[in-house]
Design a protein around this ligand. Structure first.
Ligand SMILES: O=P(O)(O)O[C@@H]1C[C@H](O)[C@@H](CO)O1
Ligand SMILES: Nc1nc2[nH]cnc2c(=O)[nH]1
Length: 418
């Protein structure tokens, strides 16, 4: 009988063992190692990249990961791979990689944090994709606020593109935001209309809330009509009134959440854009005039809009502060990132709030705002808004036809005011 020797680490001796026992030991050791590797691979797959980037059945929530976390092919950033540095917390709730942070609730993923903005080429690719779906070349864009999506249904001969079918695009998660882009004719004017927007409280960074504006810019849009639902702080405003926005205060912007945070691409605009005259004066004058002409003289106002982060509505104490200290007229949770990005790239902006509720100033009041009322208030004004927006589109379109050519210096003077 031949012997092999085995080291006993307990007492540092060498024990003899028969050759057949030795080979059985080698085979058992080999199988144990393979088993451990296999389990390790399965565990890694479950907890890291595959689970993080897998497409789940819920398209509304996995989109951010699929398009933006893993499949972005044009990025100049070398860290686009989805398995770069994700981590799973012990309670399984928050994952992150260099691209984005995703909150997991059950099997749904919501983007909650940092992700680098799309670059020029990526945004151009989205614009080209959308242009390939239509023969219209639109100079006017419309963004519909909560409950205001009906405006898009006015378009004739329209093409509808759902946000989930647009590469790199976020998806709408808020009631009253349809989540689709329509391109067609409004009073014979080619118009592109966003039926639904994105808000920071949905988990989107502000650059992503404003991403569609850059897309519209690269599609050729020159003037943007932006609508929102807002709570009014003014005693002379009524639910259903229109407030033409003349200026804004941006709570997220002042807190460092500007949509322009990050590297600046001069092809879009300058590093330090001015927001002076952001809300085009001529357009505001047209709107007041049109409002009067269509019988809304007592229902149309001008004012300053404040963007809050939401999703909570303001407390009565906050409402008193916004009115008495900051002189704000109406408050909402959107619009400003879109305006900032639009002005950065030289678009002309007209924005208005549909007053959907009166802000409650009294701490002991029984009244409180809710989203169903907000959406209903906007819907109840739809026929007036239809006429108002149609008239604005015609007026803006007429003006655009008399704009100088883009390579003329006076073009940029007109657009940027300098
Ligand atoms: O998208 P907008 O600003 O029109 O929607 C407002 C703000 C919140 O999203 C929602 C609150 O009711 O309405
Ligand atoms: N922040 C805020 N947003 C709104 N959107 C519609 N109404 C309101 C409101 O009262 N406050």
């Amino acid at each position: 009988m031949s012997y092999r020797y085995r080291h006993n680490p307990n007492n540092n001796t060498v024990l003899p063992m028969t050759e057949d026992k030795f080979f059985i030991g080698v085979i058992v050791g080999f199988l144990a190692k393979c088993g451990a590797d296999f389990i390790d691979r399965i565990w890694t797959k479950m907890t890291k990249s595959d689970r993080f980037c897998d497409s789940s059945s819920d398209s509304s929530n996995n989109k951010g990961c699929n398009w933006n976390g893993c499949e972005r092919s044009h990025s100049t950033d070398s860290e686009t791979s989805c398995s770069s540095s994700e981590s799973l917390s012990s309670n399984g709730e928050v994952h992150g990689n260099d691209r984005e942070i995703v909150a997991i609730q059950g099997d749904k993923k919501t983007p909650v944090g940092e992700e680098s903005p799309l670059n020029y080429d990526e945004i151009k690719a989205i614009a080209d994709f959308l242009l390939s779906k239509t023969m219209y070349r639109c100079q006017i864009g419309i963004i519909c606020g909560s409950g205001l999506s009906e405006l898009g249904n006015l378009l004739e001969n329209r093409t509808t593109i759902h946000y989930e079918d647009i590469p790199h695009f976020p998806v709408s998660t808020v009631v009253g935001h349809k989540g689709q882009m329509v391109i067609g004719l409004l009073k014979n004017v080619p118009v592109v209309c966003m039926q639904g927007r994105f808000h920071p409280y949905e988990g989107y960074p502000t650059w992503k809330c404003a991403l569609p504006v850059r897309v519209l810019h690269l599609m050729g849009v020159k003037s943007l009509i932006i609508s929102n639902a807002a709570g009014s702080l003014m005693s002379d405003h009524r639910v259903g009134d229109i407030m033409i926005i003349k200026d804004h205060i941006s709570m997220p912007g002042l807190a460092g959440r500007s949509p322009l945070v990050g590297s600046n691409d001069n092809r879009f605009g300058t590093r330090f854009p001015s927001m002076q005259g952001a809300y085009n004066k001529k357009y505001r004058e047209y709107a007041l005039k049109i409002g009067e002409e269509i019988g809304l003289k007592d229902n149309i106002h001008e004012g300053v809009y404040c963007m809050n982060g939401g999703p909570v509505y303001e407390t009565p104490a906050e409402c008193r502060m916004l009115l008495n200290t900051l002189n704000i007229n109406a408050v909402g949770m959107s619009t400003v990132p879109e305006v900032v990005v639009a002005r950065h790239c030289g678009m002309l902006v007209f924005a208005f709030s549909l007053i959907s509720n009166k802000c409650v100033m009294d701490t002991d009041s029984e009244n409180s705002p809710n989203h169903a009322e907000v959406v209903a208030a906007c819907a109840s004004r739809k026929s007036d808004l239809k006429v108002f927006v149609e008239r604005m589109v015609l007026q803006i379109y007429n003006d655009l036809q008399s704009l100088p050519l883009e390579n003329d210096k006076s073009y940029w003077k007109l657009l940027l005011g300098k």
